[in-house]
Design a protein. Structure first.
Length: 133
């Protein structure tokens, strides 16, 4: 993603190391940040590191308009330990999907970085075979 974008387009498997938020990084997202990607047909996990998250309900995370969680708090004016949000294939919509990080209190310092959509491997298929005798 480029600085100044209203939304950040993610490519599964590629980390976006940009820094977005308010009084952090791009400093152009006072109230929210939108991430978008094209559905993959498979389960994915969204990895994100939050900046200056002071409260456990400060930054909500919405998938296609539905709340899926919150960023975890971390040290004041510093990065948290990182969060992972699993997103099942069944919760994605065909075509463009979006996740919105929304700041509960407009004007508070916040940010995200290290954005990555990791495709989850499909479960192993177990097949029965006849042993050689």
């Amino acid at each position: 993603g480029l600085s100044g974008e209203i939304e950040v387009q993610l490519t599964p498997g590629v980390t976006d190391s940009g820094a977005y938020g308010y009084n952090y990084g791009s400093n152009e997202h006072q109230d929210y940040l939108v991430l978008t990607w094209q559905d993959t047909g498979s389960d994915v996990a969204l990895h994100v590191t939050g900046y200056d998250i002071d409260w456990n309900d400060e930054i909500s995370v919405e998938l296609n308009g539905t709340l899926i969680g919150y960023l975890s708090p971390g040290p004041n004016n510093a990065l948290n330990a990182g969060d992972v949000f699993p997103i099942a294939a069944s919760r994605q919509i065909s075509g463009r999907n979006e996740v919105v990080f929304r700041q509960r209190v407009s004007g508070w310092i916040w940010g995200v970085t290290g954005l990555r959509l990791e495709e989850q491997p499909l479960p192993l298929q177990v097949s029965a075979t006849t042993p050689c005798t």
